[in-house]
Design a protein around this ligand. Structure first.
Ligand code: DC
Length: 232
């Protein structure tokens, strides 16, 4: 067990929650403020689904998806998403990929491969990792665990207004329906369903500004690690 002061240098901030709760913007802004890396694990599930489609692999062909996820190169730097050399930053943000990613995310062996890769990516610390199971499965010992939530109406509004999310329904009722269906799939699947880790701080972002939420997360991070939290 490293000494307290050394361990503090390996800070991991886990941000979980359903889609549209503000995870992406909050995680990115917190990471920038601290000069930490930002890792969007949802983008990894989306990128695997995209590449499977590209290669003609069915979304339920677990052995083929596992082989693909083991070998393929992910590059999640600078807010871009690349897989096997393809820049898929916008291609993965469509309603087709919403559905495909939540379908492949049900597969336990594929999850095990991606979780191991996420643990490897985060092992150096100074990382803000966002997803559904970061505080519960990927880094259960994360220094800061946040669970972001928001009302279904607010989440649907944000998703409909998200310029990065192309090809999705702009009709709020349809977006709300899609979000509810995806929540249900993410929360009821057998493998690592979306759950709040018992020691996570739950933050409801409904009606709150990003800056306000970011300040709260930075405050929590500073409490656990006043030294390592300073930008390098
Ligand atoms: O956060 P997102 O909407 O980009 O995630 C895409 C899908 O991947 C979504 O259905 C939830 C799933 N996911 C997951 O199961 N575990 C994670 N750590 C991240 C995302």
């Amino acid at each position: 067990m490293p000494a307290f002061s050394e361990r503090r240098l390996f800070v991991i901030i886990a941000i979980d929650g359903p889609s549209g709760a503000g995870k992406g913007t909050v995680a990115r802004t917190v990471a920038r403020a601290l000069q930490f890396r930002h890792i969007d694990t949802g983008a990894m599930y989306r990128a695997v689904a995209w590449l499977a489609h590209e290669r003609g692999i069915a979304y339920d062909d677990e052995p083929a998806l596992v082989a693909l996820a083991r070998e393929v190169a992910f590059d999640l730097e600078d807010g871009r998403v690349r897989i096997a050399g393809h820049d898929v930053s916008s291609a993965i943000r469509t309603s087709g990929m919403d559905l495909a990613s939540s379908t492949v995310a049900k597969l336990p062996e594929l999850r095990a491969v991606l979780v191991a890769r996420q643990q490897q990516m985060g092992e150096g610390g100074r990382v803000v990792m966002e997803g559904r199971d970061i505080g519960s499965v990927v880094f259960p010992d994360a220094d800061v665990k946040i669970f972001l939530d928001a009302s279904p109406e607010e989440r649907a509004k944000r998703r409909a207004a998200d310029p990065a999310h192309t090809g999705s329904a702009i009709d709020l009722v349809a977006v709300a329906r899609e979000i509810r269906a995806r929540d249900a799939r993410d929360s009821t699947r057998a493998a690592s369903p979306l759950r709040t880790a018992p020691d996570a701080v739950v933050i409801d972002t409904t009606g709150r500004s990003i800056d306000d939420v970011v300040q709260q997360v930075l405050g929590l991070a500073a409490q656990v690690s006043p030294t390592a939290i300073r930008p390098e």
